[in-house]
Design a protein around this ligand. Sequence first.
Ligand code: ZN
Length: 311
Amino acid sequence: MPHSPGIHHVTAIARDAQANVAFYTDVLGLRMVKKTVNYDDPATYHLYYGDEDGHPGTILTFFPWANMPLARRGAGETGEVAFIIPPAAVAFWLDRLSALHVPHDVPEKRFGETRIALRDPDGIRLVLVARPGAEALPGRAAAGVGAEQSIRGFAGTTLVLARQGPTAQVLEIAFGWRKTGEEGRFQRYAAPDGVIGNQIDLELAEDARQAGMGPGSVHHVAFRAADDAAQAAMAEALRGVGVQTTEQKERNYFRSVYFREPGGVIFEIATDDPGFAIDETRETLGQKLMLPPWLEAERGRIEAALPTLER
Ligand code: ZN
């Protein structure tokens, strides 16, 4: 049976690279685990944030595309990216977001979990979900966030859809996920064995206009594959329901195939191996601009085209 234990990474679009770095490292306390370029567009950074080791399930990445028209909210997109925090850290985060003037809402509940919705500098909707058991996951002390309060990785995402059924079918058939609940306009699907990044909420938005991708929106959601064979099994299951994936692409830190799920959201299936420590040590992750072997010969030209980043 094809199977994915959860989200591998989520990639979104920002305007300004420096503001993006400041928010995700200094406000949310994530670690920049890789600073590289978009392999399909090497004049653009590809910035990766995650936990101390850059484990799959903790990685939020950005393309800063300043000149692209801004995102337009609607159906066929990822509406929210959710991180997990320990329930005991809710008050800490509310105080911190207020103190740092981060726009956020009063805590609400969905499927019994307390959640704080906030916006990043480009208006990307993030959520801190208080999940019992999060305290047992490895934390990271940084930027005034204690290890015990820190973000532990993804809870999951919310996909905004004109119809939920076809997307649900992909989650069930290709990834082996199951429906675990329904509340109002939300259906929740989960990987049965996942710990982080293992939940996707399908939000019904029947009358919404089509979303437009741009700075302030999520570009794609990547799901984990244990290895190439697991990835191939998922791609084959997708073909069985009429969904074609791209050929496998070498992303240096993982190998990926891509497809547009029937609801309009771009999905990726990325291998867990080899991970982010192949070209830097654990201690120095994210400090230098790293290029894949096939772009290394162009380093001078690439570096000259990129804005300078503090950090
Ligand atoms: Zn990706």
